[in-house]
Ligand binder design. Structure first.
Ligand code: MRU
Length: 348
């Protein structure tokens, strides 16, 4: 199974697969312009919490390799880029985590009197390390998570959490991939994921590419399928997991978790520890509100309502911990109570 890596750093540029064009065409874009890269994140050409974090770190590597001036110039360019990138999307914590990791390293080096060349090379190496570690984390999430999967399972997943949402391989989809590679005969149900159809466009594309059996359903079919006994497990990803175990993920996740609880179906969340935010309280969690036009039009192509109606378009929702059976990370599986188990995972 070849691992698709949707975001790369090549010849001083960021290169990415524009996933808004999938499944119709595979278009790779490259740029060394921070404004263009920030817009790519805002437009979801690059999306999925870990992929956003990796892209932001690699974007700083782009700035570092482009900056030819003094140490002060380099620092100013990195700070300006970091501020612009941090304004792209508010919910996925991986973005802030990655920017902070690179910038904290830069400040530490400056404090130690490092030269401009040393800082430049640190930024590039640190960004590449973040990308590599994410890939390794995904493989470990897959390895731990497959223990929860049995031969014959029908696994429902929401949104896209695969290679296209990470540095490669995926989180929830990584668990499914790993289990499949172990020879477990599983089948997947992918929800279409209105309004931007990440499930229909991306999850279906990825799974069919790997030959993993998948059936597409509307978001509205989930409760009925569970009622009919057609789902054995749910696995989703996360954009931010709080200390308490509250999970921010693609809009619709909460409804799926509620239905799973009602039907006694395990509801698993798979995410790297870079998605865990031990600081933010649930009442302070910022849920991205996107352009209402995304709800009124199908992929910007077909108006499906009156142009003058108002629409609400939250991109994510929050699933409370009592609906989450387990959280699968690269460091192991956390079980309730999450306040304790997530702390242990973070410390290990
Ligand atoms: O708006 P998106 O497409 O960036 O939302 C993505 C999700 O909600 C994913 O489930 C989450 O980021 C985890 S991806 C491994």
């Amino acid at each position: 199974m070849d691992i698709l890596m949707p975001v790369k750093f090549e010849d001083g540029k960021l290169v990415w697969l524009d996933v808004t064009r999938l499944p119709y065409e595979e278009v790779w874009v490259s740029s060394d312009d921070i404004e263009r890269i920030a817009r790519a994140i805002e437009r979801l050409e690059i999306r999925g919490a870990p992929a956003i974090g990796v892209a932001a770190a690699l974007a700083l590597a782009v700035v570092a390799s482009k900056s030819t001036g003094s140490r002060d110039d380099l620092l100013r360019n990195l700070e300006t880029a970091s501020q612009r990138l941090s304004r792209t999307r508010p919910t996925a914590v991986n973005l802030f985590w990655a920017l902070k990791r690179v910038m904290n390293g830069v400040y530490e080096l400056i404090g130690r009197g490092a030269s401009v060349d040393e800082i430049r090379s640190f930024v590039i190496q640190e960004a590449l390390r973040i990308q590599k570690e994410d890939l390794e984390a995904n493989m470990m999430i897959g390895k731990h998570g497959q223990e929860l999967i049995e031969d014959g399972d029908v696994i429902l997943t929401h949104c896209n959490t695969g290679s296209l949402a990470t540095s490669g391989f995926g989180t929830a989809l990584g668990v499914i991939r790993y289990a499949w590679m172990q020879g477990k005969r599983i089948r997947v149900i992918a929800t279409e994921t209105r309004p931007l159809l990440q499930g229909a466009r991306l999850t279906v594309w990825e799974l069919m590419r790997d030959g993993i059996p998948v059936k597409l359903v509307t978001d509205n079919a989930v409760g009925y399928l569970m009622y009919r006994g057609m789902v054995s497990k749910v696995i989703v990803g996360a954009d931010r997991i709080l200390r308490t175990g509250h999970v921010a993920n693609k809009i619709g996740t909460y409804m799926i978790a509620l239905a799973a609880k009602r039907h006694g179906i395990p509801f698993y969340v798979a995410a790297p520890t870079s998605t865990i935010d031990p600081e933010t309280r649930v009442e302070d969690l910022v849920i991205e509100e996107r352009n209402p036009e995304e709800v009124k039009n199908i992929l910007g192509r077909l108006l499906i309502t009156r142009q003058d109606v108002e629409a609400i378009n939250p991109a994510f929702d929050i699933t409370p911990p009592d609906l989450v059976s387990a959280i699968i990370t690269e460091k192991g599986i956390a079980r309730p109570p999450y306040e304790k188990s997530l702390q242990e995972i973070l410390k290990s």
